[in-house]
Design a protein around this ligand. Structure first.
Ligand code: F6R
Length: 240
């Protein structure tokens, strides 16, 4: 794992450079995208680069990591809505080339079809990840199997608690999500993980310096050959 520690602004600019490199060398690349608070600065940077004509998304396609079960794309807390409002509506990507797992998925068999769609598109070239306080990547909570494909995951109380800030109350936070599996994520050619803030310091120490274990899903990224982790000094504060 390559670890880069910079201010949030600089980290977002450096991460954006990976997109410039990829989109300019392979315009029809496949992007793996994430939601949450963390990627907002990076998405703002990608929008700026697109508006300035430095990158174009017109030939690429994208697959998002996850979606809440029970929310359709028009719900303002759905991840489809998040992606439209925070990235897709502001860049030249073709909406019909953007994929977000379906919140109406009923079974793991149905969910796994998402992996087939990713493979048919050529596989993810660059996967963006945030990280949960318990080490989840996508919504792969601790103990999710290493080989897992896209599946339905029961969200832990801590994840629902962390995400209740976006809902009127905890009761409205969905109990399940559909998420790319650890196995799906590990197949990506290049992975970027971004974490900012002191509240991510403890989990980043376990992720980077702990033994790879399914108890800390993000630590499994140590087993991937091309991962760059972008941290601000607060998120890196417990690293030795
Ligand atoms: C979102 C996702 C999650 C988030 C994680 C961190 O698509 O897959 O793993 O990246 O929960 O969320 P934030 O960035 O809000 O701290």
């Amino acid at each position: 794992m390559k670890v880069i520690i910079e201010s949030k602004e600089k980290a977002n600019k450096l991460a954006a450079e990976q997109y410039v490199k990829l989109l300019n060398s392979k315009p029809d690349c496949v992007l793996g995208l994430a939601t949450g608070s963390t990627p907002l600065g990076l998405y703002a940077e990608l929008i700026r680069l697109n508006k300035e004509g430095i990158i174009s998304f017109s030939k690429c396609s994208s697959f998002n990591l996850d979606e809440y079960i029970g929310l359709d794309g028009t719900h303002d807390q759905s991840y489809r809505y998040f992606m439209n409002t925070n990235l897709f509506d502001h860049v030249d990507i073709r909406k019909d080339h953007t994929f977000v797992p379906s919140g109406s998925c009923k079974s793991d068999e149905e969910a796994a079809l998402y992996d087939e769609a990713i493979e048919k598109a050529g596989g993810v070239d660059l996967q963006l990840l945030g990280i949960g306080h318990n080490g989840h990547i996508g919504f792969n909570e601790p103990l999710t199997p290493f080989e897992s494909k896209t599946h339905i995951e029961k969200l832990t109380d801590s994840t629902r608690e962390a995400n209740k800030r976006f809902f009127a109350s905890i009761d409205e936070v969905p109990t399940h999500a559909i998420t790319m599996g650890i196995g799906t994520i590990m197949k990506s050619k290049i992975i970027i993980l971004v974490a900012f803030g002191e509240d991510k310091a403890e989990i980043m120490k376990k992720t980077i310096e702990g033994k790879p274990t399914i108890s800390v899903p993000a630590s499994l990224l140590q087993l991937h050959t091309d991962v760059t982790v972008y941290l601000d000094p607060e998120a890196a504060s417990l690293l030795s």
